[in-house]
Design a protein around this ligand. Structure first.
Ligand code: PEP
Ligand code: MG
Length: 558
């Protein structure tokens, strides 16, 4: 038999880990339903059948939501509640009825209604709505499958399997035989989709946006999925396979060992305790914070709310999101950053237009100072939500004292407004600033007197201090957050914060770099905020560190 040649595909990594298994395809678009079914019933009969079918499927989704709640948490359960709502949506009914009136069979009417709605969503500019196209297809595939006499079958596998698909729906993922599903990759999909969120909650190595799937003839071949890099290695040779088996074994060993840190304090060997919080971009990720034993939310990037909308999110919309997050965190600290739109996070309806240097351009607080209503709406929503938990507000991209004072004045106005309106809020809400520009570092003594806390954004601080665009792959090797200049800045900021009796946290990616944990602690950092999967790893590094043994000069003088 001729050996297949080893080839590599690359997608966007969703969940880290190494999956090794047999390649199996799932064509998500094909529900296996023949389009030439004859259903000679009268339109009124077909419509009645649709209504009954829809109610049955909605019930099935609600049952799935209950199951998801028990297995993976309430955020994932919401996916199925949303599907239950979509299946009962009036637009779907109208489209199906129109198909029936035009002489289509019920199967065809549902399928074309689903495709129509999915196509419309896929064309939306908004990424969030685009991602809902797969949900529309999922809902209609399920309707058709149930119409034909059953539920969509669970994906059952005989052997450890890596699944390849055009797209996978959250329901399919939840129903798949997870004892044998090692990982999956999809041609389409986005890292922020519900499927990706679920994959992370299930710790399932995965990659999306691979582009072209491998040829179907490779079904049954061995495949390696590297969830760290998004690489998919088809028909690997023996040496590659052995190398990845080693990598897989060390990942397993590391995870197992990390688990033993669950529930322990983030305390160094010599008794210095810090907070370990989580960076998230969407309310749905609250479940991952809790599952990974995070102490709360250290950075909620609220700009995702703006990126996922087609217009400015209203006070009410924002209030609901913040409220829910605070409630889910159940008294744990939650730091919500005011919107950091601009630079690499452009939002069409802001109308910013083309800029020569967007990273040095019209961004976050700079936009708000020209259009105060944007910040006011957000501050009102935040303050109203503050009554439901332990909220702090974080302002990005500060370069001067006057900017901070301006935000303070806006904050004051909002507090007075709410008081006048009799709306309850927590008067103890803290207002902190991101330290992510060299200017903010150099005046951190002045800023510390007026801010309640600092959070160091090493991602931008590195870019602005070293004059290295964080987005430019050609100069990636120059993007060095370990640079002595950055480490000195961190030490200086911590010193100035503490002199004024304020706390300092690091929320840039450097916070999860365990090679620097002893330095960060010795420099006086009070809190570290990382993506949820890194909490336990960081806790291990903290507990193994001994602050008194760190020689700061080794970091600051080399
Ligand atoms: C940072 O700059 O380090 C940061 C945390 O913010 P963002 O990555 O969202 O710019
Ligand atoms: Mg930043």
């Amino acid at each position: 038999m001729e050996m297949e040649k080893m080839t590599t595909l690359r997608g966007k990594p969703v969940m880290e880990g190494i999956a090794i298994g047999i390649l199996r395809f799932m064509d998500a678009q094909d529900t296996g339903v023949a389009s030439d079914e004859h259903e000679p019933s009268a339109p009124a009969v077909l419509k009645e059948r649709f209504v009954q079918l829809r109610d049955k499927v909605a019930e099935e989704y609600l049952a799935l939501a209950e199951r998801a709640k028990g297995e993976v948490g309430s955020a994932e359960a919401d996916i199925f509640s949303t599907h239950a709502m979509m299946v009962q949506d009036g637009d779907l009914e109208d489209a199906v009825f129109a198909g029936i009136d035009a002489g289509q069979s019920l199967t065809d009417a549902i399928r074309s209604a689903g495709e129509g709605i999915a196509a419309m969503l896929a064309e939306m500019e908004d990424e969030y709505l685009q991602a809902r196209a797969a949900d529309a297809r999922e809902v209609c595939a399920r309707l058709v499958a149930v119409l034909r006499g059953g539920s969509v079958d669970s994906l059952q596998f005989d052997v450890p399997t890596v699944l390849a698909a055009v797209d996978v729906t959250p329901a399919e993922l939840l129903q798949a035989d997870r004892t044998k599903l090692m990982g999956f990759f999809t041609a389409q999909g986005a890292t922020g989709s519900h499927t990706s969120i679920l994959a992370r909650s299930l710790s399932l190595p995965s990659a999306v946006a691979v582009g072209t799937l491998p040829p179907q003839s490779l079904e049954g071949e061995t495949v390696i999925l590297d969830g760290f890099t998004g690489e998919i290695i088809l028909s690997p040779d023996e040496d590659t396979l052995a190398a990845y088996r080693d990598k897989q074994a060390s990942v397993h060993a590391r995870r197992k060992e990390e688990e033993s840190y669950r529930g322990l304090p983030n305390r160094t060997a010599d008794g210095y305790e810090v907070q370990v919080l989580c960076n998230i971009g969407r309310g749905e990720e609250a479940a991952a914070v809790l599952q990974n034993d995070g102490g709360g939310v250290g950075l909620f990037r609220s700009e995702f709310l703006y990126l996922e909308s087609t217009d400015f999110p209203s006070e009410e919309t924002q209030y609901r999101v913040y409220c829910r997050l605070l409630q889910e965190m159940d008294g744990r600290p939650v730091i919500i950053r005011t919107m950091d739109v601009g630079a690499d996070k452009q939002v069409g309806y802001f109308g910013i237009g083309r800029e020569e240097n967007p990273a040095l351009g019209y961004r976050s607080i700079r936009i708000c100072m020209d259009r105060p209503e944007i910040l006011r709406t957000q501050l009102r929503a935040l303050y109203r939500a503050s009554a439901f938990g332990k909220l702090s507000i974080l302002v990005p991209m500060i370069v001067s004292v006057s900017e901070l004072l301006w935000v303070r004045s806006q904050e004051q106005t909002v507090r007075e407004e709410l008081r006048r309106e009799g709306i309850p809020f927590d008067p103890g809400v803290k207002l902190g600033i991101m330290i992510e520009t060299p200017a903010a570092v150099m005046i951190s003594d002045l800023l510390a007197e007026r801010a309640d806390f600092f959070s160091i954004g090493t991602n931008d601080l590195t870019q602005y201090s070293l004059a290295v665009d964080r987005q430019n792959p050609m100069i990636e090797r120059l993007y060095d957050p370990h640079h002595t200049a950055i480490l000195r800045m961190i030490a200086l900021v911590a010193q100035n914060a503490h002199k004024a009796g304020k706390t300092v946290s690091v929320c840039g990616e450097l916070a999860r770099d365990t090679a620097l944990t002893p330095f960060l602690l010795a420099a006086g950092v009070d809190s570290l905020s990382v993506s949820p999967p890194y909490v336990l790893r960081l806790r291990r590094a903290i507990r193994n560190a001994n602050r008194s043994e760190v020689n700061l000069n080794e970091y600051l003088q080399t």
